[in-house]
Design a binder for this molecule. Structure first.
Ligand SMILES: [Zn+2]
Length: 352
């Protein structure tokens, strides 16, 4: 493994960020090239923890001559967001200087297939130059994994509908509980921008063997050694299955029996009808029936009619729930994958 530390200039004198890039050189030029990053939302740590265990596994494979494909790994994909604290609270999702979500507004190819990336010296904000650099590092790789997590949730992946069910091998190897299949963009998240680049360069539109995904490694607090090791082993098994690491003859794992894979229009974004204190009655991974009590929000503690009940609009599967227990009217309370479509179509990302 070779490590390079790149510098991203800050916007003001004296400020610079370091981007650590690890590279593995595979022995077979025909094997797939892989890009993996974690921590793009800098307050999401399960992916960083998984990388901690994955990297030594890849080093071992490299030392033993079993590494076929080349890999580029960026375990701290967002040093800008990692450094943002406001009165002691970490703010890793939005760039405080521009109010832009770190996983939106990535440059995508225009109608003529041209993608304009900001160069390192471009006179634009650091966050834009970082985004361009991450896409550049992932460029040309048929396998691109962006490791994230949700508030509280099961493990699930996003996948372009075009790459499903081929990408179900990733879900099976990770032992993921669910997949959301998208077909019309996500406000130019990293995954979408990487996929558009793949599509632009795929001969005859043939995307066989490609994989691009946002992996949601459960919730923000699901960071411990056993989960991180399990996720690293799952990623490694996936790389073996895709021929990036030579594994000999291995049995491909199957999807979980209770796996839920649905188009993203099935997701019911349950919003808080009032502000207050949340009492949840369901947890991620639960099956719910129509009209089942999902949560109460306490508005006036102890008073008659002092709380508001939220019930399921239809039968489905609880994917995620809010991590904090205080909520504003209009905030997202839960994501539920409905058995039938919750909306006719869904463009853009699920959340800001
Ligand atoms: Zn994220």
């Amino acid at each position: 493994m070779k490590t390079e530390i790149e510098t991203i200039a800050g916007e003001t004198p004296g400020i610079a960020y370091q981007l650590i890039v690890h590279r593995f050189e595979g022995s077979d030029a025909a094997a797939p090239r892989v890009y993996i990053q974690s921590g793009l939302h800098a307050d999401e740590r399960p992916g960083v923890a998984a990388m901690h265990f994955l990297i030594p596994m890849l080093e071992k494979a490299e030392a033993e001559g079993r590494l076929l494909g080349s890999l580029t790994l960026v375990p701290h994909a967002n040093p800008i967001g990692a450094a943002q604290h406001l009165y002691g609270e970490h703010m890793g999702r939005f760039a405080t200087g521009t109010r832009t979500n770190f996983n939106r507004d990535f440059p995508v190819p225009d109608e003529s297939g041209v993608r304009l990336l900001d160069q390192a010296s471009a006179p634009v904000f650091a966050e834009r130059r970082l985004k361009s650099r991450l896409l550049e590092l992932a460029g040309g790789c048929p396998i691109v994994l962006d490791l994230h997590c949700d508030d509280e949730g099961v493990q699930y992946i996003y996948a372009p509908e075009q790459l499903w069910p081929e990408m179900s091998d990733l879900a099976a190897c990770l032992d993921a509980e669910a997949a959301l299949l998208w077909d019309s963009g996500s406000d130019r998240a990293f995954e979408e921008a990487a996929f558009e680049e793949m599509r632009a360069r795929a001969p005859n539109g043939n995307l066989t063997g490609h994989c691009v995904t946002t992996v949601e490694l459960r919730g923000q607090n699901d960071v411990d050694a056993s989960l991180a090791r399990k996720d690293a082993e799952g990623l490694y098994r996936f790389l073996q299955g895709r021929g990036v690491v030579d594994a000999g003859a291995i049995q491909a794992p199957a999807l979980r029996e209770d796996f839920v894979g649905k188009p993203i229009r099935h997701v019911d974004m349950v919003l808080a009808p009032v502000g207050g204190t949340i009492l949840f009655h369901v947890t991620p991974g639960d099956r719910v029936q129509a009209d089942q009590l999902l949560a109460e929000i306490i508005v006036n503690p102890g008073c008659k009619d002092g709380s508001v009940e939220i019930r399921a609009a239809q039968a489905g599967y609880v994917l995620t729930r809010r991590i904090r227990r205080f909520i504003r009217m209009g905030d997202n309370l839960l994501k539920i994958i409905g058995d039938t479509a919750a909306v006719a179509s869904r463009k853009g990302a699920l959340e800001d």
